[in-house]
Write a protein that binds this ligand. Structure first.
Ligand code: MLT
Length: 272
């Protein structure tokens, strides 16, 4: 696995990558970083180059401070950064994957239409825009970020991100996710909350999707629960839905074996 960076006219892009072959760009959840994909980067599927960027402002614990996003900041802005990364990879036939907020960025890429992925992974995410209640919750969390920084955001988010099984039995995962959250600057977290609040519904663009899609959800996910994933799967014409046992919202981290098996099977089918 290697850490790479590239200075573009949009700022410095940083990402982790592993494996060789067709690129699969993996977009991370809020409030983490590309490092949440480490279980997948440690075992890249044969024939695939996994590329896991830190979205604008987010920072891996071992990386230098990140450029803060200007305000206002939107999902489309994150998507434009990913377009610059895809151009820098110089590869055709890129596949795209996103978990939760990463899925929102992937949907923004689909809406923009400049990157046309050959396959799509959507994990623990939703097509719908925020409700008023969700927006109020995000404004409240912006206040926590402002007053208490990323440790306050970690305290609020950990019980939502991780499933009951992980919280009860896997303290090392709880500690690892806390470290990832606390590496981030409050300004990046506030900007991401703003971007999530403003995102539109993506159901129409997903209905028109004409490439294979894998939808994954942790069976204990309470942020984007299994019924949300079922709705997503009904919207995407050529999709397969996989439920990951013993995992909450961060299904790739909480049960990497089951997540990896589903992803591998999907990707093998995409190369065939
Ligand atoms: C995430 O995991 O990216 C966030 O929980 C998504 C959200 O709050 O909508």
């Amino acid at each position: 696995m290697v850490a790479r960076e590239l200075v573009t006219d949009r700022g410095t892009l940083r990402w982790l990558e592993a494996g060789e072959g067709r690129p699969l760009v993996l977009l991370h959840a809020f409030p983490l970083s590309g490092a949440m994909w480490l279980p997948q980067l440690e075992r890249p599927p044969h024939g695939w180059r996994l590329v896991a960027p830190d979205l604008r402002g987010f920072r891996r614990p071992d990386a230098p401070p990140a450029d803060a996003p200007p305000t206002p900041w939107t999902m489309e802005d994150y998507a434009a950064d990913v377009e610059a990364l895809v151009a820098a990879l110089g590869a055709r036939d890129v596949a795209l994957g996103g978990l939760s907020m990463g899925g929102y960025v992937a949907m923004a890429l689909l809406r923009r239409g400049r990157v046309r992925p050959a396959a799509l992974l959507l994990a623990d995410t939703r097509a719908e825009a925020d409700t008023e209640e969700a927006r109020a919750g995000r404004r409240r969390l912006q206040g926590v970020a402002e007053r208490e920084g990323s440790p306050g955001v970690a305290r609020e988010m950990l019980p939502k991100l991780l499933g009951e099984t992980t919280r009860a039995r896997r303290p090392e995962i709880v500690a690892g996710v806390r470290t990832l959250i606390e590496a981030n600057a409050p300004a990046a977290l506030r900007a991401a909350l703003e971007a999530m609040m403003g995102r539109p519904d993506s159901t129409d663009v997903l209905r028109r999707l004409d490439v294979p899609a894998l939808i994954v959800v942790g069976e204990e996910d309470t942020v984007t629960p299994p019924e949300t994933a079922e709705r997503l799967s009904r919207a995407v014409p050529d999709s397969r839905l996989v439920t990951v046992g013993g995992a909450g919202h961060l299904s790739n981290l909480e049960n990497p074996e089951a997540f990896g098996a589903a992803l591998e099977e999907f990707l093998v089918g995409c190369l065939a």
